[in-house]
Design a protein around this ligand. Structure first.
Ligand SMILES: Cc1ncc(COP(=O)(O)O)c(C=O)c1O
Ligand SMILES: N[C@@H](CCCC[NH3+])C(=O)O
Length: 449
């Protein structure tokens, strides 16, 4: 059942609330008439031009966020985790801002090569790298391959051409539980990534790498998890990793020039939610690293961090058009033209988002509504109990901020809806980075027999 249109309000419209800082790109402005502009471009105009659902990414926000990490850690390497969002333009921005790049497949790696990203600044991850992944890494000359299992050591070494040496890190598990959801906690035992510090697996892998003359071990890697809201887990990891480095020196006579502590830095999806400040990270985590190295009389390794979400997330806004409004009992469902195919995160991790009507002002008081997608699952919910104006109606455009990470990169073709386009905005102009996946794209994969 559709909700009848609300009568037009005759009283002056109340001023639209300011978009919450940190949740929306810093360039976001409220326009007269109720729309929002991001990067100087009205969102409703973008919805008309590129269609819906679509994703908007603020180039200047991405660049500013990349610079924030670089400025906080001037003597470290900052590797953007491409799994959060990757396109050739994004790779170029990251390259121009002086970052490194973390990839986890031949696909991500080939895109980076196509965009001209220097291979030396690339680190390849993966708990199950295919022969194609490893061959692509060696062919393109990636800077580091992160060993994730003991068996991988000989497998990689066997592919390195005679006379060459591949630099590698060994991924270890410091047994630190951190991250917003069990599915993204990778710093603990009992999950698939890395090699536990306790129990001998990590040391065994280190010994195997040291025994391979075609591999050069430059250090350790660990990644605790994702959407980590505080710094304590990183400090604890350092307190466990440095004694392990001291043990490796004692038993194998080696010290390493590098240490990669991964990413995982939280962003706010709703007003008031916590984030991680790169300067605070530099002070506390780098401070702890210096302290622990001094304690064990070890040289301080060059640090790498791998922020993904923190750089891309707050730069992105998803745009949807309302297709139907339905009241059932006490609940109002607002159904839009996207859903779990472009944003599986609420279904996977129970994430709660901010939603805002754009393109027009409304004088109606807000009420709690549930924004749902168009897919064939009752769990296809984008945002539960979000305040939206009572006169919300089909044709309205809804904007969802903090959508720049792990939406487009995790999008699927469920129900053959087609993945949405991505447009970049900057300085009042918009351009298409990734076009919409068309029905023809989808149909052409079906061989017909
Ligand atoms: C090895 C590695 N590094 C970096 C990241 C980036 O994480 P985030 O986007 O939470 O910063 C991930 C994903 O969690 C990862 O697996
Ligand atoms: N995909 C997750 C994060 C996992 C990070 C990848 N290692 C998310 O959307 O929050």
């Amino acid at each position: 059942m559709s909700v009848p249109l609300a009568p037009r309000s005759r009283t002056p419209l109340p001023e639209a609330p300011a978009p919450a800082a940190g949740v929306w790109p810093a360039s976001t402005r409220v326009l007269p008439g109720g729309d929002l502009a991001v990067g100087g471009v009205p969102l409703a105009e973008l919805a008309d031009r590129f269609g819906t659902p679509s994703y908007v990414i603020d180039e200047d926000e991405v660049r500013a966020r990349a610079r924030a990490w670089r400025a906080a850690l001037p003597t470290s390497d900052v590797a953007y985790a491409g799994k959060a969002f990757l396109s050739r333009a994004m790779i170029r921005w990251i390259e121009e801002e002086g970052l490194h790049l973390d990839v986890c497949s031949a696909g991500e790696l080939e895109l980076a090569a196509l965009a001209g990203f220097p291979a030396e600044r690339i680190v390849l991850h993966g708990n199950a790298k295919s022969p194609d992944d490893l061959r692509a890494a060696l062919r393109l000359g990636v800077g580091r391959v992160v060993i994730d299992s003991t068996g991988e050591v000989a497998r990689l070494a066997a592919l390195v051409p005679p006379g060459a040496r591949q630099r590698v890190l060994v991924r270890v598990v410091p047994d630190v539980a951190a991250g917003a959801h069990a599915a993204v906690r990778t710093g603990v035992a009992g999950q698939k990534f890395g090699l536990p510090l306790t129990g001998g697996e990590a040391e065994d892998a280190v010994a195997r790498v040291l025994g391979q003359h075609r591999l050069e071990l430059t250090g350790l890697h660990c990644h605790l998890g994702s959407q980590i809201t505080g710094l304590d887990p990183y400090v604890t990891a350092v307190r466990r990793l440095v004694p392990f480095l001291a043990r490796l020196r004692e038993r194998h006579g080696v010290t390493f020039p590098e240490l990669d502590l991964g990413g995982g830095f939280a962003i706010p999806y709703r007003e008031g939610e916590p984030t991680v400040d790169p300067r605070a990270y530099a002070e506390r985590v780098c401070g702890e690293l210096v302290l622990q190295c001094a304690r064990f009389d070890l040289p301080v390794p060059r640090l790498t961090v791998e922020p993904g979400r923190w750089i891309a997330g707050p730069a992105g806004v998803a745009l949807y058009r309302v297709l139907a409004v339905k009241r059932t009992g006490e609940r109002v469902f607002v159904a839009v033209d996207g859903g779990m195919s472009d944003n599986p995160r609420p279904a996977l991790y129970g994430v709660r988002y901010t939603v805002r009507l754009v393109g027009r002002a409304s004088g109606e008081a807000p009420r709690a509504m549930t924004v749902v997608g168009r897919h064939c699952e009752a769990g296809d919910v984008l945002a539960e109990d979000v305040p939206l104006p009572g006169d919300i109606r089909p044709g309205d455009v809804l904007a969802v901020p903090a959508s720049g990470a792990y939406h487009v990169s995790m999008a699927s073709a469920y129900n053959l809806v087609g993945r949405p386009p991505v447009a970049a905005v900057s300085g009042g102009r918009a351009r298409l980075l990734i076009r919409r996946e068309t029905l023809e794209d989808l149909r052409s994969r079906d061989m017909g027999d």
